[in-house]
Design a protein. Sequence first.
Length: 520
Amino acid sequence: MEVGVRIIGIILRVLNFLLTPLFWLCARNRMRIPPMKDSLLLRSATDIAAAIRNGEFTSEEVVSRYISRLQEVNPLLNAVVDERYHDALNDAREVDRLISEARMKGDLETLVADKPLLGVPCTVKESCSLARLSNSVGCIEYIGRTALADGAAVRLVKKAGAIPLLVSNTPELCLGWETTNLLRGTTNNPHCLNRTAGGSSGGEAALLASGASPFSISSDIAGSIRIPAAFCGVYGHKPTPGIIPIEGHIPTLTDENYPKFLTVGPMTRFASDLAPLLKVMAGDNANMLELDKPVQIDQLKVFYMCEATSSAALLRVPAAVQEAVTRAAHFLRDRGAALQHEKFTELEDSVEMSISVFFSMKDIPNMLQDPWNPKKDMSLLLELLKLLFGGGMRSLQALGFAMLRNSLLYIPRAALPRYRRRAARLRQLMTERLGETGVLLYPVHNSLAHYHRQVFLRASGVLYTMLFNVLGLPATAVPLATCGGLPVAIQVIAAPNQDRLCLAVAKELEKGFGGWQPAS
């Protein structure tokens, strides 16, 4: 570990130890959301789609009941940025008319053949772009800006018959691991409103965990799907890059490597929904993943690691998460999978490899750039002072990202190429070792959902997700348990294009551990 990284890590670890009691004192009220009383909200997206097709519910009834739940929980969550409830109800009535006509003509199968999500409501992360709804992505200077068109993944989901209800909150330009910004405020975790929902897809994770959305269209560039999913106790899949189109996502970089790091993907409450949604969102690329090819659990190789490394500079992974990784590995072993005791020791340099590769991209947003004079940078110190007195253009988290971008954690510039080469070798190594039958069970973060603003002290946890964007490996966040009322999740990682292994393991673990537990 580089000296600069080690020193910063030790300082943050000491501050975390000293300040944790203060965070606890400031957030002792463990408020939660109202319990779900509507059994419809407990059903999977694919189950709801089938119920609409067979006439058990109308789409209008389903959409209306989800809107009611949204209106009940969002005042506590602060997750919704902009909504289209009136238009969604009109869309649902049109779906019901089409189904009624098709049923009368005996042509229902033809109607639903390419619309597996017909009539099912969903929610969309604001950065993924939903036409005519807000597209400010948390930035004050973009207030009032709306999306001119649907993002590519949103288009595919709508083509499959789903009905978007809203767009949800993110950090500024998705550059943060807590969902907060000066424009929309902070999104709360439904399991404990004093804690973070994670970021940058925290708005979506909070809504899903609350039973206010059947499924979500989200995005992940450094853990942005998996960390919120883990903190809120839902499923989130970061696909192999290049499979799901990212056109229309905000921000968009011109760097040729950007599509290798950013992925759009599904978040769900049920593991069984992941594969159907991934197939829809991948469009013509779905055949590359062979999602219909059966996965035999007793043919799998299961690698598992409870921590990347043990270091004085890093917070330890909570015992509950380490136990969850081990229990999951043993559960799969008991179902015939072959446990592999070999460890990927190269992961101990995850921070350096991630920073070196990620920040080699050009056009990474400069959060200190003056919005009104793009040729000029704002003063970091002045922005911090403005923020202290209730002003400024950027949140503390955005300014923290600017410091990270400028400092690169004091990794020597001369060392950056070496770590990029290490990342390339690790990708090759993991691709070969995992192959077509291997998965790695691994933590999602070195923390459970922490208190608001504690993200700065626990930022090292991103080493468990960011590297797999850099390496281009698919990964799924899987909820396994709770500890002190907070979700405990692990990550299932596979070789490129072996997403089906992640999803199959997620389904198997859901059977054994119960999966999503409603937040209430």
